[in-house]
Design a protein around this ligand. Sequence first.
Ligand SMILES: Cc1ncc(COP(=O)(O)OP(=O)(O)O)c(N)n1
Ligand SMILES: Cc1ncsc1CCOP(=O)(O)O
Ligand SMILES: [Mg+2]
Length: 209
Amino acid sequence: MTKNSPVAIRGLYAITPDETDTARLLDLCKMALAGGATVLQYRNKRVSGEQAREQAQALLAMCRAYRVPLIINDDVELAAKLDADGVHLGIDDGDITAARSTLGASKIIGASCYNNLGLAQQAARLGADYVAFGACFPSSTKPHAPRADMTLFQQARELGVPVVAIGGITLDNAASVVSAGADAIAVIGALWNAADIKAQANQFNQLFS
Ligand SMILES: Cc1ncc(COP(=O)(O)OP(=O)(O)O)c(N)n1
Ligand SMILES: Cc1ncsc1CCOP(=O)(O)O
Ligand SMILES: [Mg+2]
């Protein structure tokens, strides 16, 4: 099933850190949301099972209060169980058609396309709501991520779905990512490592105003 309905994926797309302390995770995310993050992705490679469910459930309640969509990384079943706003799938995370049939037409499905326009074309054809390219810059969060050329963004815009950039994005390079054509910037390290997360989120978002 294809969908491609317009979804507002624009601005700072915050992705959670690998935080095992749930209270701390919630505090951090609250600051990012207060600073104006427009999308939150729950991605935690250090917890699983019941703790992942608890963290995602608590973040969903917080995101609802801020009217910000919560996307679950990797796990379609968790997204469905919680009635979260969508899922983000990499190349090894299951296929878009199956995710759509599990989640239904109203949910957001994002697809990692690495450095590959062909993957983005296929993802859009299968009904992905946004396509993500990266790493745009060296990433200490994911040092072995393949590098993506930002000239892809303009080409991908022709697919008619939002283009998300990820990987090593900082306040020093984010303007170049936006001017290359990204609709949203997905950030981990440069957001959560900031001394003032709320102010940092606000500065990232201002690049889109
Ligand atoms: C917005 C966004 N873009 C890319 C990714 C990376 O997804 P994937 O390649 O599946 O890698 P992991 O995040 O699962 O390590 C993402 N999560 N979000
Ligand atoms: C999940 C992921 N996929 C490509 S790079 C990356 C990590 C992004 O984190 P950071 O913003 O800290 O580089
Ligand atoms: Mg993944």
